[in-house]
Design a binder for this molecule. Structure first.
Ligand SMILES: [Zn+2]
Length: 61
């Protein structure tokens, strides 16, 4: 198991502190596949779960 940082990828994929959550989600989903320096933070995981439509159309507002 290597938790090495993919410095080249990070150089090409700078996530600004002002980036919208949609950009953060895309960034982190790609990041976990190419780099092992950090896991996806809980706030982003939660946003991903809320973003993806759930299967089963019976519960709705
Ligand atoms: Zn990284």
């Amino acid at each position: 198991m290597s938790n090495s940082i993919n410095a080249d990828w990070h150089r090409d994929h700078v996530l600004g502190s002002n980036a919208p959550m949609a950009d953060r989600i895309v960034w982190h989903q790609e990041h976990v596949q190419v780099c092992g320096c950090r896991p996806i933070p809980e706030s982003v995981l939660k946003a991903i779960a809320e973003q993806e439509p759930k299967n089963g159309g019976s519960g709705g507002k």
